[in-house]
Design a binder for this molecule. Sequence first.
Ligand SMILES: C[S@@+](CC[C@H](N)C(=O)[O-])C[C@H]1O[C@@H](n2cnc3c(N)ncnc32)[C@H](O)[C@@H]1O
Length: 346
Amino acid sequence: MISEYLAGNSVMPFFICGDAIELLKRFPAESIDMAITSPPYWGKRAHGRSAIEREEDFVRYTDTLMSAFSEVLRVLKPTGSFWLNIGDSYSSKRLMGVPWRIALKMCDEQDWLLRNSVVWNKLRGNPDNSKDKLRGTHEMLFHFVKQKKYYYDISMARKDPLKARSQDGSVISASGVNGSRYKKQIEMSPCLTKDQKRRARSELDVMLKKIENGELADFRMIIKGQQKATHSGSVKLSGRARELESKGYYFLKYHPDGAKLGDVWDITAEASRGERLGFAPFPEELCRTPILATCPPDGIVLDPFCGTGTAMSVAFEHGRKSIGIDISQDCIDSSRKRIIRLSTNA
Ligand SMILES: C[S@@+](CC[C@H](N)C(=O)[O-])C[C@H]1O[C@@H](n2cnc3c(N)ncnc32)[C@H](O)[C@@H]1O
């Protein structure tokens, strides 16, 4: 069945009910493009269905997760990515540091290459009545790969660019640059020679033309003695410091497709779905960038602990095939219903 789904063309997600480790063993090696998951958190469900959920011993909990991740490593294509969302837990008043312990174990023992540690700022955290510590409002999302060269579409990991606009006949960049302030600063700079001022004016005109033509979304000009530099002051360490020293100015250009996303994501945590099932599903927004950036359009996504099928839902919405595994038949049923709703609304 798994091989048939892998070979077929349907982007309808394929759901399997059972234990992730056992089921992944049946997958062919190097058959999946991208995996994203949020496994059961440690110590959260004493009466859970699977050993991972019930595990009281932290070492055994991590060992079981490691067995699941070694299967993920095996089934991923060499160019594949694995995104792991995991929250932290307290034990006897100690914050365990679960996410980083697992991430480092994966790198040290399974040879995963960690590419990013994203802080997911959940905006609204869980209620916390304790009087001696802060409320936890973040979780980690790690991006792992198998090898140095892997599939990554960076255009999918950019914020929407701000657009230049036109005002009183002159083009103004997204952040309000129209050149006149820089022109004044060039003239008034006590640090620039006559020749440097002439070259600075002419390069500034070229930049403004690029904004007008839509080749550039925005830029900033750093002029010696006028703006605070954005680099190390050492000419030994920084190419920009050398440029400032020799030319008297430099430009910071912003990509026309928007700035690259940073590694802190503000995404409101899901409030309602999954409450009945005893865990919080991750929000669709948390999966979107990982799926679009690291699963090719004709690729296949895997979530071995799929819960309410959030990752499958996002994959389906973006035309990617996907496989979701969960030990709970309730979860599989509600994931299937979610996809049916999505496909009938499409
Ligand atoms: C944190 S939830 C995942 C939530 C999911 N990301 C979503 O958006 O709904 C973890 C899931 O792992 C499942 N699970 C626990 N042990 C499992 C196992 N051994 N194999 C497969 N699934 C398991 C649970 O039933 C639960 O649905």
